[in-house]
Each structure stands twice: as structure tokens, then as C-alpha cells.
Ligand binder design. Structure first.
Ligand code: SAM
Length: 309
């Protein structure tokens, strides 16, 4: 896979950026949460922990998904990410996640990716795959369930996908495990890097205080200096310590669609208590990109903005 953006794709991103500077606020990313159902019940999951409060239906139909993908492409989005629930479990009208990924490419998205717990199987046609890795075996399994770490690792052995990265959500259970997790990623042939996020409550009881977050950020900055493949940019790591980031969040960069086809920009938590404690690194990277921060543009486009040739 080439890491070079095609001229056309690069031109599109440059024009999106320049237009945003003169007030045109078009989404670049379309995040589609296609289902709520999952085969795991992770301790920190805001979806599985709130099953009874979620809107129905619990999954998007093929027809709705196609319409939403086309609609947000027309609105400007060129990066498409499938989220869940567990998106690899999605099926509708005889179609699966692989069909959605191929349709996304046909529509013209530059990049199509998805997040997964890695316990089912990998859809190789995806440009990028984000696997959740919340720590070494005993910690990952404490958060996600017995045997989940080994299943993820054995599935990773069975793929040659060139653009898989790990996503770690930091909470009380794993706040001291960032170094050991970074070591696993560094030594792994199939994982290209580690993205760190803090839990966005609920649940509140396993969230971190600002002091605890600072310790984690210091460790992450040290790891970056030592050459560990931490994907967060230095500046975004520091911005993870800014409280009430909702005021800074460039909501318009990412469209967000739920299974019932309700639409949001940024995420459905805007203006809530959760938004004030947002721990998502992507939000910081988006803001830095819109501000023209060179390392956020360079680092994020290397991982998330190019297609398979
Ligand atoms: C909601 S899951 C969906 C994809 C898939 N089931 C998985 O486990 O990766 C996507 C990512 O969000 C993270 N996540 C879940 N609840 C969270 C929360 N309250 N705060 C921050 N991240 C969270 C998960 O750890 C995972 O890496």
C-alpha cells in the first residue's frame, strides 16, 4: 500500500482546508454507527452500558446505510468510518460490512475504515482497521472479558492487512499500563501504532482525574520520545488535558449517523456532561488540523487519509 496520497485526493483535502478558512464548514469524515449490538460487554462501553436508553432500531438497514453514505459524500465527506456496537457483526438484506466498505469506495470515499474488538474476523478490503487494545492480556480481559486478548492476537496472526492500528481507552483499570501496551504494539508485526484516548464518562466511577490524566500524558510523551509508535500528536496529547473541550471541538468536521439515521455533527454528546469530559484524541487532532497544525496534518493523513492503490 502506498502511503502517498494521490494528487486528486491531496487536492481535495487542500481545497477543503482552504475553503474552511473562508467559512465553508463541510464535513470531511462520515462516522456511521451502524449497529448497537456487540458480542462483548466491556466495562467502559457507553453503548452496552446504556442498552435500555438507546433509540431503536438497533441497527441500520442496507438501504438507509447506502442513502446516508451517498448523502454525506454529497455534503463533502471523503473519509468513511464504520462504528458500533461491533460493526463486523452487521448484516442486512444479505449484505455485510464488506459490502458496505466496497460501496463506500464505489461512491468515491477516499478512505473507508472501521473499528472492531478483533474477535470475529477482519474485512481485508478496508483501507484502515482500528482494533481495540486496552492493555496486556490480564488487563484487556478484565475490561473486555476472559479470552478476548488471545482471540484478538490469534486473529491478528491470520491477517496481512497493512494498516491496522490499536486504540486504547484509558480508565482506572489500565491507567498504569500504557508502557506495557505500547511494548506489545511495538513488538507486533501487524499493528502499526497505538492511539490513546481517555474514557468519556459514563461510566463516571472508572474515569480519571485531571492529575491521573496528566501522569498518563507524561508517560505517553516519554514513550514517543523513546520511539514507541504512539500515534497521537504531541500537541493533541497535551490538549487531552484541557477540560471542557466542547467549546473547542470543530463539530462540523465529522458527521455522525446513528442506526435510526439521526444525524449529529461531532458526536451525539454535544452539550452534555459527557462532552465536558470528552477523552477522544480524534477531536483534538481534528481541531489541530483545522488550525493548520503541520504535524497533525502530516501524522493523521499518513494513517487515515489515503486509499489502497
Ligand atoms: C464503541 S467501540 C465499537 C467498536 C468495537 N466494538 C470495539 O470494541 O472496538 C469503539 C471504541 O470506543 C471505545 N469506547 C467505548 N466506550 C467508551 C467510552 N465511554 N469512552 C471512550 N471510549 C470508549 C472502545 O474502547 C473502542 O475502542
Amino acid at each position: 500500500m502506498s502511503e502517498l496520497l494521490s494528487v486528486g485526493q491531496m487536492g481535495y483535502y487542500a481545497s477543503w482546508f482552504l475553503k474552511s478558512k473562508v467559512g465553508s464548514r463541510r464535513p470531511l469524515v462520515n462516522t456511521m454507527l451502524i449497529n448497537f449490538n456487540c458480542n462483548l460487554k466491556c466495562k467502559h462501553c457507553s453503548i452496552s452500558g446504556n442498552a435500555e436508553k438507546l433509540p431503536s432500531p438497533s441497527q441500520m438497514s442496507w438501504g438507509d446505510a447506502e442513502r446516508e453514505m451517498r448523502d454525506f459524500y454529497e455534503k463533502g465527506a471523503r473519509i468513511l468510518f464504520f462504528e458500533g456496537g461491533e460493526p463486523t457483526l452487521w448484516v442486512s438484506d444479505g449484505k455485510d460490512l464488506g459490502d458496505l466498505i466496497r460501496l463506500g469506495r464505489e461512491i468515491g470515499y477516499h478512505v473507508v475504515g472501521y473499528t472492531t474488538n478483533g474477535t470475529t474476523h477482519f474485512f481485508e478490503e478496508s483501507d484502515v482497521i482500528s482494533v481495540s487494545l486496552d492493555g496486556p492480556r490480564e488487563v484487556h480481559d478484565e475490561i473486555r472479558g476472559t479470552g478476548v486478548f488471545d482471540k484478538l492476537m490469534s486473529n491478528l496472526e491470520g491477517t496481512n492487512h497493512p494498516n491496522i492500528f490499536a486504540n486504547m481507552t484509558i480508565m482506572q483499570q489500565n491507567k498504569d499500563e500504557v508502557r506495557r501496551t505500547a511494548e506489545i504494539v511495538k513488538g507486533h508485526n501487524h499493528i502499526r501504532g497505538l492511539m490513546l484516548n481517555f474514557i468519556t464518562p459514563p461510566p463516571q466511577d472508572i474515569a480519571l482525574s485531571l492529575k491521573e490524566k496528566s501522569k498518563v500524558v507524561e508517560e505517553a510523551l516519554r514513550l514517543k520520545k523513546e520511539g514507541y509508535p504512539i500515534l497521537n500528536t504531541t500537541k493533541a496529547l497535551r490538549e487531552l488535558l484541557k477540560e471542557d473541550y466542547g467549546k473547542e471541538c470543530p463539530h462540523w468536521v465529522s458527521a455522525f449517523v446513528l442506526p435510526d439515521c439521526s444525524h449529529y455533527y461531532g458526536c451525539p454528546m454535544e452539550n452534555t456532561e459527557a462532552c465536558k469530559q470528552c477523552g477522544f484524541d480524534a477531536v483534538r487532532e481534528y481541531r489541530l488540523i483545522t488550525k493548520g497544525n503541520v504535524s497533525a496534518i502530516r501524522e493523521m493523513s499518513k494513517r487515515f487519509a489515503y486509499s489502497k492503490p
